[in-house]
Write a protein that binds this ligand. Structure first.
Ligand SMILES: [Zn+2]
Length: 86
């Protein structure tokens, strides 16, 4: 059956809605479910292209392909860094 433009629009909207709101909330909860000491270790082992291993600051939690991803800044140089939690 051919896919109509309306269906494509629906999937696109659904996908964007899913990506921005509820999934991020789930990701945030998953992240907060990790023990604090473990979270700290993960925050402190983020790869930065400038500093190699750094601490992530000012980050937020996202969900990408069922993994939690932290997106923020390098504590040392301020570059954008991200860390996948699996
Ligand atoms: Zn850095």
């Amino acid at each position: 059956m051919p896919v109509t433009a309306r269906e494509i629009l629906f999937h696109k909207t659904f996908h964007e809605w899913g990506e921005r709101m509820p999934i991020d909330e789930i990701a945030r909860k998953k992240w907060l479910a990790i023990p604090e000491s473990e979270r700290k270790t993960l925050e402190e082992s983020v790869f930065c292209s400038e500093c190699y291993v750094t601490t992530i600051v000012d980050y937020h939690v996202e969900s990408i392909d069922f993994n939690i991803v932290l997106k923020g800044k390098c504590k040392k140089c301020g570059k954008d860094v991200a860390r996948m939690i699996d």
